[in-house]
Design a protein around this ligand. Structure first.
Ligand code: AGP
Length: 615
């Protein structure tokens, strides 16, 4: 997610904006820009690709004097990392500048209409449609606020927007829908940002805008309305966090913040991509299909390659490709795959999965697969990363920067991305359609609410963590779709708490790992309803018979698991196909709280790097 700063300030706005953007640097970005209404009443715009220092140099070379402005650090979602794609964007008449975080779902329709009226676009972004449309409305109404309000009535999607108009030189208009915006309150001035850290140098009194709010900021004056123009009162919160707490949104660690971001980012990955009524997934990136029809109909096999957590996501994805698209699927560690005599050709769809898009093994495997003629469609989070330049199509997971080394939101959005791609492949090939296609999409569409409910169990999981944190070995079990979830739970625990944890398919336990189990040995098992539920239950009976401690992930209302397990981490009931996205949440929280109690360095565990760019 990108960073936004805005100010109606008594001092030079450019200074305020650049400082605010520096405070957001920790989140990662690929380009930055500012727009300020200068002393002549003109809009002065500076944008640069790369680090903030390039933007600062540009401002040093050509300084801007003015008190009202907006600034942005961009983390690309629509369109590559280029200066024209950086924000702010200017309207066709040069009067209005706008910044937008989020995704405009119907931007293609809006853009077509605008182009039809002769508007020229200078970027590949969805954002530019907003600024031109606001400018059109502004021609027939007397305020920027009204033009923004009329435009938002036509927009579908998620947004945090900030807008300035050189004809109203003391005003900023901003609006929020599923993308955070915070207004900073100060006598004679007004500030705003996407995140609190950008405001702390100027004020600690803030108003957190809510979805549907439109705010108008003038010197010392803030007014908020809904989309119908009705005034809204929002209370002022005094921020007591220090800067490092503020960077983490008030959470103690990035990992916890990112765990709690999952409901929001799972909502975002689906924006504009699901037509539940038609039972179809719409995967387009930069106007091009992510998975062309001819590739979908030509392939007779799918190979998924990845490392670490992304490999676990791929293991779950295999179930979806098999059941939705009816194709044989192979899942491989990239580091193993590349050194085997592997068989791929133009009839093999290769799907690399990577948060960073920079993992050396995955990149090398993709290059070799492409050299052999295989079409490659990647599931990637980092826009513009090396992987995205090596493949034929990219499905971005839109999780935003993940700073904690232990993947959380990257994993669940990879799962959603794999589900979307498998669904698209199935409907294109005719193996999925009708009611089944619709039902599978409805199940996915509701998953972010279930994840939010799973997160509500955190305090119970924290108490459980206190009772197991001194153990030195854990076994994690699951079957079917939940076996990779068990692997991921075990990886989370070992990487941040340094406890030895082994993930195993529950049915394999009797072939070896059962020898580990003795009095009190902790066995964490994902045991939610599904085709193999009874089998898992039998495996847990075997653990109990040897006096092991059964810690289950169970579906709310399941008395049977409550009767068997020593402890249950409850999750809301989810359709079997999407349950892994929900079931991993308690395992992330358990690992986090165990590591916290053990005093580990959660965001930067020893020996680990966020992105493994060497073999
Ligand atoms: C897990 O928490 C790790 N961050 C790690 O296993 C990671 O998933 C792996 O290194 C692959 O990274 P990638 O998704 O960026 O390719």
């Amino acid at each position: 997610m990108c960073g936004i700063v805005g100010c109606v300030s008594e001092i030079n706005a450019t200074r305020v904006l650049l400082r605010g953007l520096e405070r957001l640097e920790y989140r990662g970005y690929d380009s930055a820009g500012v727009a300020v209404i200068d002393g002549n009443g003109d809009l002065a715009l500076r944008r640069r690709v790369g680090k903030l220092i390039h933007l600062m140099d540009a401002v040093d070379r050509e300084p801007i004097q003015g008190n009202v402005g907006i600034g942005h650090t961009r983390w690309a979602t629509h369109g590559g990392v280029t200066e024209p794609n950086a924000h702010p964007h200017l309207s066709y008449d040069g009067n209005i500048a706008l910044i937008h975080n989020g995704i405009i779902e119907n931007y293609e329709v809006l853009k077509r209409d605008l182009v039809g009226r002769g508007r020229t676009f200078h970027s590949e972004t969805d954002t530019e449609t907003l600024v031109h449309r606001i400018a059109e409305h502004r021609e027939s109404c007397d305020s920027l606020y009204e033009a923004v309000r009329r435009t938002l009535a036509e927009v579908e999607g998620a947004y945090g927007i900030v807008v300035i108009d050189r004809r109203e030189p003391d005003t900023i208009v901003c609006a929020r829908e599923q993308s955070p915006l915070v207004v900073g309150v100060k006598e004679g001035e007004a500030y705003l940002a996407s995140d609190v850290p950008a405001l702390l140098d100027y004020t600690r009194d803030v108003i957190f805008l809510e979805d549907g709010d439109i705010a108008v900021l003038r010197p010392g004056e803030i007014s908020i309305t809904d989309h119908d123009g009705n005034a809204i009162e929002r209370s002022i919160t005094r921020i007591k966090w220090d800067l490092s707490q503020a960077e983490k949104g008030g959470y103690r660690h990035f990992m916890l913040k990112e765990t709690h971001e999952q409901p929001r980012v799972l909502g975002e990955i689906m924006l504009g991509r699901i037509d539940a009524a038609a039972g179809r997934v719409n995967l387009v990136e930069g106007g091009e299909p992510v998975l062309p029809e001819d590739v979908a109909s030509r392939v007779d096999r799918v190979v998924l390659i990845a490392c670490g957590t992304s490999w676990h996501a791929a293991l779950v994805g295999a179930f979806w490709f098999e059941s939705f698209a009816g194709l044989p699927v192979q899942v491989d560690y990239a580091s193993e795959f590349r050194y085997r005599t592997f068989h791929v050709d133009e009839r093999t769809l290769v799907v690399p999965v990577s948060q960073s898009g920079e993992t050396a093994d995955t990149l090398a495997a993709v290059k070799e697969a492409r050299r052999r003629g295989a079409p490659c469609v990647a599931i990637v989070n980092a826009v513009g990363s090396s992987m995205t330049r090596e493949v034929d199509g990219v499905l971005y997971t839109r999780a935003g920067p993940e700073i904690g080394v232990a993947s959380t939101k990257a994993f669940t959005t990879q799962l959603a991305g794999l589900y979307l791609l498998a669904h698209a492949l199935g409907t294109m090939r005719g193996t999925l359609g009708g009611d089944a296609a619709r039902a599978r999409l409805e199940e996915l569409a509701g998953v972010h609410d279930l994840v939010a409910r799973a997160l509500e169990q955190e305090s119970a999981i924290e108490s459980l963590a206190a009772t197991v944190q001194s153990r030195e070995d854990f076994l994690y079990l699951g079957r079917g779709l939940n076996y990779p979830v068990a692997l991921e739970g075990a990886l989370k625990l070992k990487e941040i708490s340094y406890i030895h944890a082994e993930g195993y398919p529950a049915g394999e336990m009797k072939h070896g790992p059962i020898a580990l189990i003795d009095d009190g040995f902790p066995v964490v098992c994902v045991a939610t309803p599904g085709a193999v539920y009874d089998k898992v239950f039998n495996n847990l009976e075997e653990v109990r018979a040897r006096k092991g401690r059964v810690i289950a992930v169970g579906a709310e209302g399941d008395d049977r698991i409550a009767g068997l397990a020593d402890d249950v981490m409850w999750v809301p009931g989810a359709a079997e196909a999407v349950a892994p996205i929900v079931n991993v949440v308690p395992l992330q929280l358990l690992a986090y709280h165990v590591a916290l109690i053990r005093g580990c360095d959660i965001d930067q565990p020893r020996n680990l790097a966020k992105s493994v760019t060497v073999e």
